[in-house]
Ligand binder design. Sequence first.
Ligand SMILES: Cc1cc2nc3c(=O)[nH]c(=O)nc-3n(C[C@H](O)[C@H](O)[C@H](O)COP(=O)(O)OP(=O)(O)OC[C@H]3O[C@@H](n4cnc5c(N)ncnc54)[C@H](O)[C@@H]3O)c2cc1C
Length: 392
Amino acid sequence: MSTTVEPQNDDDEIQSIRDAVRALCMDYPGEYWREKDRERAYPTEFVQTLTEKGFLAVLIPEEYGGSGLGIKAAAAILEEIQRSGANGGGCHAQMYTMGTLLRHGSQAQKEKWLPQIASGALRLQAFGVTEPTSGTDTLSLRTTATRKGDKFIVNGQKVWTSRAEHSDLMLLLARTTPKEDVAKKSLGLSVFLVDMREAVGNGLTIQPLRAMINHAATEVFFDDLEIPADSLIGEVDQGFRYILDGMNAERTLIAAECIGDARWFIEKATNYANERHVFGRAIGQNQGIQFPIAKAYAATEAANLMVDKAIRLFDAGAPAGEAANMAKMLASEAAWEAANVCLQTHGGFGFAEEYDVERKFRETRLYQIAPISTNLILSYIAEHVLGLPRSF
Ligand SMILES: Cc1cc2nc3c(=O)[nH]c(=O)nc-3n(C[C@H](O)[C@H](O)[C@H](O)COP(=O)(O)OP(=O)(O)OC[C@H]3O[C@@H](n4cnc5c(N)ncnc54)[C@H](O)[C@@H]3O)c2cc1C
């Protein structure tokens, strides 16, 4: 059936990446993810395999041990992971946080960190932006980093810092100049690459945060944590710009994951609708079952066109903000629609763990909230694309 048709513009290299990821994921079936979900355990084996095969290093230039490929390859990998029924939440951050180090890190920082990340010796999976009080209003974050000689002293708290317990490095956004002392409100924040191996127990405390899904969520506390001054990425006070720079990649990659989710739900629903017989016939013979699946399929394919557009613009170095935001919104909504339809198609069995539908249903819901909520995307489109008045 047509849900298995590949995007037409995939070249041989991307297609072989898709095939390899698909084959790898077959070793990690539903039972594996169910158990991890039940135990809220990190998928160490899966992440290790992806790393060994080089898939998490596709964006790292070849000179540092990666494959030097573009977002198109990264998107294909993440889409296939989700499409197999897996949960890429354990490892996707390395793909989109990498850009900050690549674009804004010094030569010395790149030489020091990138080969170790590419080889899997170190994991860069933690991204500390969100705080309990400021939420989406990133410019109001309160964690501070104060320069003292050849160090910065970090104090504050982050929340929802995924994978902090399973990462060696954290990309941290902290305030270096008080809000009231900056010429422009977007200034005064800086980005640091924190080596958590040395920090835990010495001013850094990580506490797991049990959540609706298995995302290795944590709260992170900084209490006079000393980090070397050369942890600073780029220029001091310019960090917000660097983080914004990386957001188009992040949104595009999350959108590709959502397309993978949506395709998994549609295939699962279609198979079940063909197999399940009630009233002496396949439930899929009823248009009340067929039409919602068909509608979810159409929405997914439409969203995927926008994801493809965002990928093309990003990889060509063209402005991609509008397409990346729309791709993330449309793909996350398509995935959620497909999830809902898949659950409805399965009736009561949709609630049974062994079908994986309830797990994927919970997991895909995240993407209308994180890493950026739908309202904030709509506000971006309204203000920056349509020219409507700024609302906050
Ligand atoms: C499982 C999970 C993993 C996460 N991982 C990470 C991570 O690794 N690193 C990290 O830094 N963060 C992470 N986050 C945090 C995530 O990015 C935030 O939850 C998200 O950005 C929303 O922020 P908030 O929860 O503070 O919501 P709030 O900012 O409190 O917003 C609450 C609601 O109000 C809406 N809202 C707020 N302001 C406006 C407005 N002006 N107009 C219209 N609507 C508005 C929002 O859209 C949202 O629906 C994660 C979150 C979850 C749940």
